[in-house]
Design a protein around this ligand. Structure first.
Ligand code: 5GP
Length: 195
């Protein structure tokens, strides 16, 4: 998606060879116009599957999921939580994942009342790296007895294995920008920036 690639080029920067910082439009300050465009792109790709809800993980996935759910006709968003609440319901599905950015294991959890068995679910997230967040969300969907119709990712880092693993499982995946390499602060995109 050209507008996203342009935003990464002009505002994003690489940290070392693994991390992309896009705080000015996706992870801290939000470019609402761009988010709605991304939401529309996911909706266009998956509307024919008639998802019942959009699932993501807090915090950065929420705005993208909201934009997507709005473009799909204001269906609900459910986001996995990363911290346990004292007044948590008894029917929580929990999964341990290894957080790439925190460098440690964490638990994500969803109240199963909000993912009805048999519902069709679109997963959306800001980044795809090793695919741990998605693995956890997909495991929670299985526990809920829900059906995954596909995944929408804003920025896939193609040099990490998450995207390839998902495609190998036959899971539909739309990544709006795929980064091939980060070297000396320069971000090179798949198929679009060969120099
Ligand atoms: P994964 O679970 O696929 O290994 O990592 C995806 C999650 O880690 C995303 O939800 C995102 O929050 C975070 N993440 C992974 N790589 C990056 C990155 O390069 N930049 C930022 N800002 N977040 C990342």
């Amino acid at each position: 998606m050209q507008a996203l690639i342009e935003a990464i080029r002009s505002q994003g920067h690489g940290v070392g060879s693994q991390i992309v910082k896009v705080d000015s439009f996706l992870n801290h300050r939000l470019d609402t116009g761009l988010l709605y465009e991304m939401g529309k792109a996911f909706a266009l790709r998956y509307a024919d599957e008639h998802p019942d809800l959009v699932l993501t993980v807090e915090a950065s996935g929420i705005a993208l999921a909201l934009a997507t759910a709005h473009a799909l006709g204001d269906i609900p968003v459910v986001f996995a939580k990363k911290s346990a609440a004292a007044n948590q319901s008894g029917d929580m599905a929990e999964e341990k994942i290894f957080s790439f950015t925190r460098g440690q294991e964490c638990v994500i959890r969803v109240d199963l009342r909000y993912i009805p068995a048999g519902s069709k679910v679109l997963i959306v997230d800001d980044f795809l790296a090793n695919g741990e967040a998605l693995r956890g969300l997909i495991a929670i969907l299985k526990r809920a007895g829900a059906h995954l119709i596909g995944v929408g990712i804003a920025i896939e880092k193609g040099f990490q294995p998450g995207g390839q693993a998902l495609r190998a499982q036959g899971i539909p995946l739309l990544s709006l920008a795929v980064i091939e390499e980060i070297r000396d602060g320069h971000i090179r995109f798949r198929d679009t920036d060969q120099h």
